[in-house]
Ligand binder design. Sequence first.
Ligand code: HEM
Length: 438
Amino acid sequence: MQTMDEMELPFLPLDLPEFCADPTPFVEAARRQHPWLAKFAAGYLVHGYQAHKDLLVQDENLQPGLGGIVEYYGLQGTHWARFMQEMVVGQSGPTHARLRASVAQAFTPRRANNARPLMRQVITALLDEWAPKGAFDFAVFAADFPVAVICGLLGVSAATIPDIRHALALQITSLTLDPARTSEFLAGHDQLWAFTDRMVREREGSDEDGLLDALIAAQTAGQIDATELRFMIMVLLVAGYDTSKNLLTLTINMLIDRPEMWARCAVEKDYCARVIEEMLRHSTIATFYRSVVREFTYDGVKFTKGTLLVFATPLAGRDPAAYHAPLTFDPDREHTNRHIAFGRGAHICLGMFIARAQLEEGLHLITQRLTQPHRTGAVGWRKFLPAWGLRELPIAFTPQIVAIPSGAAHTSNDARLAPDKIGQILCPETQPLNVNGI
Ligand code: HEM
């Protein structure tokens, strides 16, 4: 059996603008050469649905490849390297289980549902500010929503959101595998660390009861240490930011061409849930890394120890071996195969119930408040790694003033963003983030 290095594998040009705008023709050609594996500039990429399902549970063979990313950049020994290797996403086995257990209770489906009033408040406040404009870049509009929700869950003021957003946008560039971005992501990491450290210090000893306080209590109980506490908060901010914002922007882009679906989302929240699930299959956004920690074989391929693998969920959702007519966007399709947009195995997305709830609530209110939407210019695509999506989505629409649904009152103890802080989310001076085309 051949090792992956010896095989004639197709090459995918992940950085090519044409690939980022539409990877499908490239992947269709690649599939003719190999059904689920390809090369790219910095390693190997898994794109088949079944290979995702089978490989992501092989913890004994594959572990989060974040140490490999540190080596790729030659940044061993930096504080950023410590973050990459010691935070929950970079860990395996008992340490990973311990870190995950320290926050798991805050991410159950029930907790996500309890946070729905908070989500509705946040999106309503944003719409009150932005909808009267009649036109804006939806990608910019969408950027504040997930950060505000996470701040609300943590129980911290949203006043610093513009600063955090910038730090988040910089920090995430580390996963593009582009060495030219090193100084940007190191700066973003330092900003985010300083922000998180200040937030924890200000909160220690208080009698509040948000997620932040639960994490501080986990530290007091000896479950996590002071650095792990700060890294966990940083991960929650990073993991929940680009993902939800990009998925929401892609959803709006999809529905602009499907006015009947747009109108149905405005009246049926259950239908919004179907639309979001189909988006998570058809056009999801996350790619993530694993390192081969020992040689093994799978489906005729011998994996070499030390190899860096990228798992590409946006491509797995369009695998014709897994889905009938995979390029057709059909929220009413029978899901004979569940999508794997949230990953699989030990690292499956911790925030998936939060993500689903905020995307559903957001879509429902956005489609009510922005009617007759259309694009006013060309869309701009982000790099495929690590969080695909739209960089710009300029739209115009007819604004609607809609009464806040009765369930939107702030009723839950879990929804920690006080109404007076919602106003601080709104940043009329917000400028599009332009982090070198990411
Ligand atoms: C559409 C939205 C989202 C998508 C598509 C998404 C996707 C993913 C994927 C694919 C993974 C697995 C990564 C791996 O196996 O290495 C993951 C992990 C994770 N996600 Fe999400 N995510 C989303 C939203 C969120 C949100 C809103 C949060 C937090 C509030 C969050 C927190 C996390 C965390 C903490 C992990 C790491 C879990 C671990 O390593 O055990 N995600 N996400």
